[in-house]
Design a protein around this ligand. Sequence first.
Ligand code: AMP
Length: 115
Amino acid sequence: MSEPSIFTRILTGEIPSEIIAQTDRLFAIRDIAPQAPVHLLVIPKTQEYRDVVALAAGDPALLAELVAFAAQLAEEHCDGQFRLIFNTGAAAGQTVFHVHAHILGGGLAEGTLGG
Ligand code: AMP
């Protein structure tokens, strides 16, 4: 059994953070270090999958749920227009190995790819 990730510790209330929305299998929080006017994280409640590649292979239905949930949150927070980013691997900037998607939106610069 691996140690609880920072996101699991938020989910269980061990680390204080506002859970802004949740479903049976997913929850969303605001990123503590926002890179855009709207910067949310959508996270499976299970920490079984370390990244989006493992999630897609292990539970593709949960990945589809995550994308639909992200779209719903983006409707509420940034007019339904958003970037959905999965950092995958330390060299790509992943720091928490409990799969999560970044929703970035709200006044992003034109013509750029990412923050
Ligand atoms: P990544 O670098 O893609 O693994 O994303 C991890 C994200 O988690 C970073 O954008 C961090 O700012 C964010 N983060 C770390 N700790 C917290 C926390 N306690 N509450 C909210 N977001 C956090």
